[in-house]
Design a protein around this ligand. Structure first.
Ligand SMILES: Nc1nc2c(c(=O)[nH]1)N[C@H]1C(S)=C(S)[C@@H](COP(=O)(O)O)O[C@H]1N2
Ligand SMILES: [Mo]
Length: 396
């Protein structure tokens, strides 16, 4: 992509597509205060607007029925800081590797493309706060429904190969990542995330310059982002410009204070609990979704296919079961092709819809680690993976 393309894109961001009358449409997410505008931001189709400064866009549920991969132009967007990078010159772009290394190094995009083995991984990117809007009692934070997630084919260089060029020093414990955006106010902490060294050198962790076979959209971190398969999205630093090897655990706000969960079974506490210890959130929890019926739909009678997706934090899906009686009885579904242990996995089942009846359909997945979906609550609504119900009525 050429530079002028991004200048045009940034102009459109500055002009805020939300106000464009031709795109004035809205949706209501299924919880209180769920009214949202739909808008098409640069390089994006119409997505559900959670906020425009910072840009936070949710993928509509129907997209997850169309295929196991989420198209780039329908992939959700989440930034923490309002001033997102919009002027990116790919030929001038550099990522620095420094800190506890023998030789600090700087790479351009061509270096990363030509001088490192290109690897590909299918992996789900899910925001820790995905589905937070369903928390009961409600919790503060972005009120997402289930669209702060997506699955893509990521292509790039292994982080460990890049670190090897700099030669990580003895005493290194973590690696810290920084993107190109800067806070609007000096008192706002810069967005920084760190991985333990053992995680950073996992061969699945890559610096991605492609997503689903194309450049990353600007809003998803063009030209380069960190991919940490199995980990929540907060670690997947976008518009990556800086990699620092640390000899002490990172104490910055985004590691020490934000994105932590109760150190309790299932990261769960009672809403009245206080004083519990916390740990950093790491792996995704196992989830499944019904993708071809929406809650409250009216359907025709007869034999129906129920379709959905499932994923977990990196062991893969062992089974998905469905219920059409609100969870009283369960039966197996057929799993679709295995696209890798970090990917969405399709599942299908059939059920006989009797005229005039109402069905409460639910799905529940179990990972290869034996973990299932649980009802949990924590003050930030993180890692939600409760079993979802979809109620459908059959025309008589
Ligand atoms: N530079 C930068 N990278 C970032 C963030 C950010 O605010 N700035 N947010 C993180 C969070 S919390 C999530 S969920 C994902 C969202 O990625 P997406 O916008 O491509 O969907 O990006 C992560 N990487
Ligand atoms: Mo997130």
């Amino acid at each position: 992509m050429k530079r002028k393309h991004f200048l045009a894109a940034s102009a459109a961001i500055a002009g805020s597509a939300v106000a464009t009358p031709a795109l004035a449409q809205s949706v209501t997410l299924p919880f209180d205060n769920g009214e949202r505008a739909l808008a098409a931001f640069p390089q994006k189709r119409q997505l559900i607007v959670l906020s425009s400064r910072p840009v936070q866009l949710e993928t509509p549920a129907h997209v997850f029925d169309a295929g196991e991969f989420t198209p780039n132009d329908e992939f959700f967007v989440r930034w923490h800081l309002p001033d997102v990078p919009t002027h990116i010159d790919p030929s001038a772009f550099r990522v620095n590797v420094h800190g506890a290394v023998a030789t600090p190094v700087t790479f351009g995009l061509d270096d990363l493309r030509s001088n490192f083995e290109a690897v590909e991984v299918n992996a789900v990117l899910e925001c820790a706060g995905n589905s937070r809007g369903f928390s009961s009692p409600r919790v503060p934070g972005g009120q997402w429904a289930n669209g702060a997630m997506g699955n893509a084919k990521w292509r790039g260089a292994r982080l460990r190969d890049v670190l090897a060029k700099a030669k990580v020093g003895t005493g290194a414990v973590q690696v810290r990542f920084q993107g190109a955006e800067r806070p609007a106010l000096p008192t706002t902490p810069q967005f920084l995330k760190s991985l333990d060294l053992a995680v950073a050198v996992n061969p699945n962790v890559i610096l991605a310059y492609q997503m689903n076979g194309s450049d990353l959209p600007v809003l998803n971190g063009y030209p380069l982002r960190l991919i940490v398969p199995g980990y929540f999205g907060t670690y997947w630093v976008k518009a990556l410009t800086d990699i620092e090897v640390l000899t002490e655990p990172d104490q910055n706000y985004w590691m020490k204070t934000a994105y932590r969960v109760p150190n309790t079974p299932n990261y769960s506490v009672a809403p009245t609990d206080t004083g519990f210890a916390t740990v950093p959130l790491t792996n995704l929890t196992v989830r499944s979704f019904i993708t071809n019926f929406t809650d409250g739909a009216a359907i025709g009678a007869g034999r129906k296919t129920i379709r959905g997706i499932a994923f977990d934090g990196g062991t893969g899906i062992r089974s998905v079961e469905i219920s059409s009686d609100g969870g009283t009885t369960w039966r197996p579904t057929d799993l679709g092709p295995d696209l890798g242990k970090f990917s969405f996995r399709r599942w299908t089942a059939t059920f006989d819809a009797q005229a005039g009846q109402r069905y409460v359909i639910a799905s529940r997945a179990v990972s290869n680690a034996g973990e299932g979906q649980v009802q949990r609550w924590n003050p930030s609504g993180y890692a939600r993976n409760a079993v979802d119900n979809v109620s459908v009525s059959v025309n008589s």
